[in-house]
Write a protein that binds this ligand. Structure first.
Ligand code: NG6
Ligand code: CA
Length: 492
């Protein structure tokens, strides 16, 4: 029996959107009225975390309820990677299915495809897709907008596939396809230059990571990505409404990840260049979706969670002038670092729960992690979880709805190199790890250090004053705690 009346759930998951980008989080440079409006019927969280400062591991956690380090393949994946979600593992959408929901995914996947027994054959039905992970409907792109293949996958099939023009993909360093345009050979085709990497295949005038040939009719147009995904999301909602089924939709936006190519209506709409423009476009997508729910008369029955997979970055490998045009905008708000970082800018993200039926409204400081969504919704649905399911996920439904102002006792997250950070009450502890303290290409401070770092987040949100030497016993205890969590999940 479900504990509360069944309501629809939509997770809107932005890609690389920072803690300071949205108006409702203090941003003043990019208009985000529609996301801001979600807060009016909801709760804005100030201490919510992704489990990782990059994409694949965060997405793995949200869908499996497990910390990324439990899977040694949970790192940024190439576009031809095998699916990393363990076969048979319980997932968030499966929990919704068990409760009688219809489940759908639209947007970015980036968790691999196929079972890994051989290379992915893009010209046939593909195995181990979201359809095998608990989604009844799936319309995705495989990896990231900057990685080949630049095609949509509709269910198990590449959309608009032409059998006469088969698709081949390679992530080898040297291009195996002689005839295709590449960054080195065909600079005249480029609309957007790279600042780092992104120098293999050229698709739609943009250098990508990886090589692909064939599939001409199947290639996406970058400026149409937003609308294509939005229309699919609306279509999914319409279908569920027609069937009178409660639904769970995981709407994984591609914005504001690179390459940032807004549709014509949003080009130049902000003063911040393409990064600002695609965030305005993202906001429009959110507005279109909420308006659609209102039109269908189901907004009242739909809980929307809005968040981002990791922190922000300005220059992520293309010369799109994001850095030059940024002005005084602070994508990470008051936080230090950004995408890739162990500092809070990497993993502390916007997180909004919007549901007209909520008793509470406003701001919550509860400590929550995206890994908690699985157990929280399983709890809400009254769906039991097996011993080995969602092992790092805690039922935070009371925190999500504002009944519990405290949330977790502690949470773990990681930087791009899998260095760990632990939040516990007022403390943020950054465990020592090897690597560079500064990434010159992205101009991001990583928070990576051989020395332990400890910050009191109550009065040092910007993590400027390392007090590790003043509190050796806190450092010791928090390091022990990280080891304990890594050895064994705590929940079950
Ligand atoms: C990096 C890419 C970056 C982005 C990131 C993954 C370069 C120079 N940088 O390797 O552009 O694609 O991987 O981002 O190639 S994520 O949000 O999917 O984790
Ligand atoms: Ca990301």
């Amino acid at each position: 029996m479900a504990k509360s009346p069944a309501h629809n759930v939509i997770i809107i998951y932005a890609d690389d959107l920072g803690y300071g980008d949205l108006g409702c989080y203090g941003g003043r440079k990019i208009p985000t009225p529609h996301v801001d409006r979600l807060c009016e019927s909801g709760i804005r969280f100030t201490n919510a975390y992704a489990t990782s400062a990059v994409c694949t591991p965060s997405r793995y956690s949200i869908l499996t309820g497990r910390y990324p380090f439990r899977n040694n393949q949970a790192h940024i994946l190439p576009g031809n990677a095998a699916c990393i979600i363990e076969p048979g593992l319980d997932t968030l959408p499966k929990a919704f299915q068990r409760a009688g929901y219809r489940t759908g995914i639209v947007g970015k996947w980036h968790l691999g495809l196929g079972d890994g027994t051989g290379p992915i054959d893009w010209n046939r039905d593909i195995g181990m897709t979201p359809l095998d992970m608990g989604f009844d409907e799936s319309f995705i792109f495989p990896a990231t907008a900057d990685r080949v293949p630049c095609v949509y996958l509709d269910g198990r099939r590449v959309q608009n596939l032409d059998p006469e023009d088969p698709i081949e993909v390679s992530y080898e360093a040297k291009c195996p396809f002689e005839e295709i345009p590449t960054y080195r050979k065909n600079p005249e085709l480029l609309q957007m230059k790279s600042s780092c990497g992104h120098n293999m295949s050229i698709v739609n005038g943009i250098g990508r990571i990886g090589y692909m040939r064939g599939g001409k009719k199947a290639l996406w147009k970058d400026e149409e990505l937003a609308e294509t995904f939005l229309n699919r999301a609306l279509q999914f909602v319409d279908g569920c409404k027609e069937q009178e089924k409660p639904f769970f939709l995981y709407y994984a936006l591609h914005q504001p990840h690179v390459p940032r190519v807004p549709s014509a209506a949003f080009r130049g709409i902000t003063r911040l260049g393409p990064r600002g423009d695609v965030i305005a476009e993202l906001d429009w997508c959110v507005g279109q979706l909420t308006e659609h729910l209102e039109k269908l008369g189901i907004r009242e029955d739909t809980m929307i969670i809005f968040s981002s997979d990791n922190g922000p970055v300005l220059d992520d490998g293309y010369q799109d002038r994001a850095y030059e045009l940024n002005g005084t905008h602070r994508p990470a708000g008051p936080l230090r670092g950004g995408k890739y970082s162990k500092y809070d800018g990497g993993t502390r993200i916007p997180f909004i729960v919007s549901y007209p039926g909520l008793k509470h409204r406003g701001v919550s400081q509860a400590l929550i992690s995206q890994v908690d969504l699985f157990a929280s919704f399983a709890g809400m649905l009254g769906v039991p979880l097996a011993e080995d399911a969602a092992v790092d996920s805690q039922d935070m439904y009371a925190a999500l709805t504002g009944d519990d102002p405290v949330g977790r006792k502690d949470l773990l997250a990681e930087d791009i190199g899998c260095g760990k950070l632990l939040r516990q009450g007022s403390w943020a502890y950054l465990s020592p790890s090897e690597g560079t303290p500064f990434m010159p290409d992205t101009r991001i401070e990583t928070g990576v250090s051989r020395d332990p770092m400890l910050f009191n987040m109550d009065y040092d949100i910007g993590q400027r004053e390392n007090v590790a030497w003043d509190f050796p016993e806190v450092v010791e205890e928090m390091e022990q705690r990280i080891q304990e969590i890594m050895r064994r999940p705590q929940n079950r």
